[in-house]
Design a protein around this ligand. Sequence first.
Ligand code: ATP
Ligand code: MG
Length: 569
Amino acid sequence: MRYSRFLAPTLRDDPADAEVISHKLLLRAGYIRRVTSGVYDFLPMGLRVLRKIEQIVREEMNRAGAQELLMPMVQPSELWEKSNRWEKYGPELLRFTDRHNHESCLGPTHEEVICDLVSRELRSYKQLPMNLYQIQSKFRDEIRPRFGLMRGREFIMKDAYSFHADEVSLEAEYRNMFETYKRIFTRLGLKFRPVEADTGSIGGSASHEFHVLAESGEDLIAHCSGCEYAANVEMAESSRNIPAGEAGDVTGVDTPNATSAEDVATYLKADVAQLVKTLLYRITGGPEDGNIVAACIRGDDQLQEIKLVRALKATSIEMASDEEIKAVGGVTGFVGPVGLSCRRLFDDTLKNSVGLIAGANRIDMHITGLDIGRDESTSEFADLRQTRAGDGCPKCGNAVKLSRGIEVGHVFALGTCYSEPMEVQFQNREGKRSTATMGCYGIGVSRLMAAVVEQCNDENGIVWPLNLAPFQVAIITMGKSDSGLEASEKIYHELLDAGIEVLWDDRKERPGVKFKDAELMGLPIHLIVGDRGLENGVVEVRRRNETKEEVKLDQILPALQSLLGGSQA
Ligand code: ATP
Ligand code: MG
């Protein structure tokens, strides 16, 4: 490609609205442009990279025995009503009505459509197992689209769905996909980690997320320093030090204006871990739908909201308002579990503890000497706290670390939660009707492009690995002489004929501008054609950011081929 004819508009400065490095660089280097909130154009260079990522995903999925198909983006409401998700999915599902008054949505995921297809084509256990996948645009009306391709509203996903006659077959495919994902992310050159994940409101028996480790990641991952244990903090378990506490009788104490756990602990000269923080939530979904529930944790812990959602089999929770707190007998700022009229859940670490301090549900008052096991007959315990760095690993006891991660893939053993309502049935070995068991497996293809840039960049721009770069070689013509352009053109065609992807910077720009752009774009090998070199029959070849090397004109191809290591084939 000749740069003078190519749409690759680079920007000198960081765009004001870009916060993370991948967003800044993909905009600056001319890979993407924003159309509207969470919706992007992939410019020619962006598309080249996207296609390379897709191809790696495709090759590995095919190698694993999955079959590619393509489903539509528009999905009729009937299918979602059948799976009971039309109401449940919430505002991320973009619903609309067509001219015939028919309700549809833009697909955020494709369980309904694939189940509908398979339910009509599946007859016998002999057709199973079967794994079908697509690489396609999804739409989710995300509440906070941000970070460019990282969290878009329209984005590209590889989604695969497997169907099985029994659990054993599902487990085997789950492992197959798990290994396939490891191969994909390795080929993409990423530092990644599979982590145990929450199975969420969907249910299902097993779930792992694959995270690319990066500071800009939206997820927090707990991983052990001594063993393989790694889990999203949404479900990570861990042990912590628990203060001994002194047994005593429950006593009311004045704590004027002390509302935070720290203030109360300081005022009472107590360990903040001995305080019981009581948080009240309004619950949506599940058996507590519409009710207020109290969650109690230690004063120096944070509540992990997803754990509470899971313990209550809810779909979402929201902090209760002052009126709602009052209605269940609480006093904002001084809420404690004793005397509340709502359901109360206590964190496991509060079990068998004595001498606890809690709000008294009276202004400027707390109680001391609380022993939940002794004083509260109907207490329920659950793991509600968020794992902290330094906690004990649940598997081996060593210290747990926390890292930020970008979720790039997700594998999920679903069971029959979709196939049951969607009636994906087949005749089993015994000749009886049976419901297929399912797995689903997603990869954020467009998010991956951002994730690679998060890990592969330097002060001059993007540093693509060879196999993902939009062009492997940039020919940079330095002078403006006809002989320089002619020589460059000859080299350009020679490289194209050899199957090398090359961007020839034939623009009438200063050399400094050309170098800057080639570095910003992250092109791995630069071939510099200057008038002086040509007089001596040489050009300069260098890998991005490395020293130059002079190469004779008739040795360019072998020199490049050795640098490319045969990867251009
Ligand atoms: P997240 O927690 O990041 O919202 P999710 O759990 O909703 O992700 P899945 O439904 O498992 O995601 O989708 C499969 C994959 O699609 C994810 O692992 C992620 O890589 C990608 N993905 C999900 N939402 C987005 C988005 N808004 N923009 C870009 N990629 C996304
Ligand atoms: Mg999501």
